[in-house]
Design a protein around this ligand. Structure first.
Ligand code: 4NP
Length: 160
């Protein structure tokens, strides 16, 4: 089982959007039973909250199911993930601070997988959920291609 966790500052905008989009792409690829997907915050500020309405609206508009979401903070158990994916550079610094000395796995910004060392701006501040959505979608597509190239999956798994 490959474990992926998406991380952002509050776990109500970007990382739950990434969790929903990536889950959708993984389901389309027939790999839902072989990749586990989660999301978490670097801060404790929004613990217990659901996904932001702006993020939810973009997902609904494009027919991407939104998982029942309860924001939580990254914890030491998350060190076990194979891919710990931040949205911006402060996320990477906070991941390192919260679960530092990790033995294995990849820690990168999402757009790294699309060949872009760029940060995904926080729509909590910009209110630009459309840009965040398209960047996250592009990053998730590239991340899935990267994971598929590095792990041997049972491709007979049923697709939705
Ligand atoms: P996110 O956005 O990191 O994409 O979930 C934020 C959500 C909440 C806050 C900041 C960023 N906040 O300050 O509460």
């Amino acid at each position: 089982m490959v474990k992926v966790i998406f991380v952002c500052l509050g776990n109500i905008c970007r990382s739950p959007m990434a969790e929903a989009i990536f889950s959708h792409l993984v389901a389309e690829a027939g790999l839902s039973d072989q990749i586990t997907i989660d999301s978490a915050a670097t801060s404790p500020w929004e613990i217990g909250k659901t996904i932001h309405e702006g993020a939810n609206e973009r997902l609904q508009a494009l027919g991407i199911p939104t998982p029942k979401h309860v924001a939580r903070q990254l914890d030491i158990e998350d060190i076990k993930a194979d891919y710990i994916i931040g949205m911006d550079e402060p996320n990477l610094r906070a991941i390192n601070y919260l679960i530092g000395a990790r033995p294995s796995g990849e820690v990168n910004m999402l757009l790294h997988y699309a060949g872009e060392e760029t940060q995904i701006a926080d729509p909590w501040y910009t209110e630009d959920f459309d840009t965040a959505f398209s960047e996250i979608y592009r990053g998730c597509q590239a991340l899935l291609a990267h994971i598929q190239s590095r792990h041997s999956f049972n491709q007979d798994a049923p697709s939705i």
